[in-house]
Design a protein. Structure first.
Length: 317
């Protein structure tokens, strides 16, 4: 009889870990804002980077206010047709599944990606191959990628030394590969596969993007790691890199189903909910012809899990 209560306490402890981590930094928020006001202000003006300094908010109202500001900038309105309570239920259920799975496999402690599956009622209009290969960055209120910790690979024009020096001057850490080096060193399939597995995020100067698909090969298509374009001529290179790397990526689908990552299992449920709302609203407002009338289903899933629905509508008559 004593064991069931202990199990419940363990689950409660797991669920409460993330909110505790969110609340703790909130006390240090004033210091963080004072330490980097210049960076924050530049990102705020860029809209895509308006997520930085407010990411330490702990209350539900503050968390949602970050999303509201982002949606107003990107969609023209802070309103959403999603039921946050329903999204929260799906997020909590998914995270509970992740914790139960880890309890049976103590060696598996890596953060798992959380994806939103978007189902539309009709096949979208076909786009050209260049557009289909070009990922569209969507900013999130609570990014799951950090420029300071993520392994980033940047593909540039020659000479690559110019861009290495530019990143170093901005205090950015990334592997820089010029196009000529990419052709010579990473021509074999095994070399391409090793390159793909070595980095979390791939970025590329927009001027060299069209020539990259054949150079990178099918392994980058299969892993959905085709580089995201960046404009390396921008004065604020940090803000430009953050725009491309620290959000989620929307890629044009050729069918009625699409997927985009909105977080990881290490994030607090409240933050994942806001990322879901922000990502879905941007996809619907800016990348879906029929807006909400075209959305059939929205589901949440992670690696090797079932898809949990949190929105559905009737099909076209």
């Amino acid at each position: 009889m004593a064991e069931p209560p202990k199990k419940k306490k363990v689950k409660m402890a797991v669920v409460e870990v993330e909110p505790a981590e969110v609340a703790a930094p909130a006390k240090k928020a004033p210091k963080a804002k004072e330490a980097a006001p210049a960076k924050g202000s530049k990102k705020a003006k860029a809209a895509d980077g308006a997520v930085g300094s407010s990411a330490l908010a702990s209350s539900s109202a503050d968390v949602q206010s970050v999303t509201a500001a982002l949606l107003t900038a990107k969609c023209g309105s802070a309103k959403t047709q999603l039921d946050r309570a329903q999204v929260h239920k799906a997020v909590v259920a998914l995270l509970t599944h992740v914790e139960r799975t880890r309890a049976n496999n103590l060696l598996d402690d890596d953060a798992l990606p959380i994806h939103v599956l978007v189902g539309t009622k009709a096949v979208p209009k076909a786009v050209g191959k260049a557009t289909q290969d070009k990922a569209v960055p969507l900013p999130l209120p609570y990014p799951f990628v950090s420029l300071d910790t993520a392994e980033i690979c940047l593909i540039t024009k020659d000479p690559q030394r110019t861009y290495k020096d530019k990143l170093a001057a901005a205090g950015l850490r990334a592997k820089v590969i010029g196009v000529s080096k990419l052709k010579k060193k990473y021509h074999p399939y095994e070399a391409k596969r090793e390159l793909c597995a070595s980095y979390d995020v791939f970025l590329a100067d927009h001027s060299v993007l069209p020539m990259l698909p054949p150079l990178l090969g099918k392994v980058f298509y299969e892993k959905k790691k085709l580089p995201t374009p960046v404009d390396l001529k921008k004065a604020d290179i940090r803000a430009e890199m953050a725009r491309a790397a620290c959000g989620t990526l929307f890629r044009h689908a050729s069918g009625t189903s699409n997927s985009l990552q909105v977080g990881t299992s290490e994030q607090a449920p409240e933050r994942i909910v806001e990322n879901v709302v922000a990502a879905v609203e941007q996809v619907v407002a800016n990348h879906t012809k029929g807006k909400w009338a075209e959305i059939q289903t929205l589901q949440l899933r992670t690696t090797n899990s079932i898809a949990l629905p949190f929105f559905s509508s009737l099909p076209h008559a």
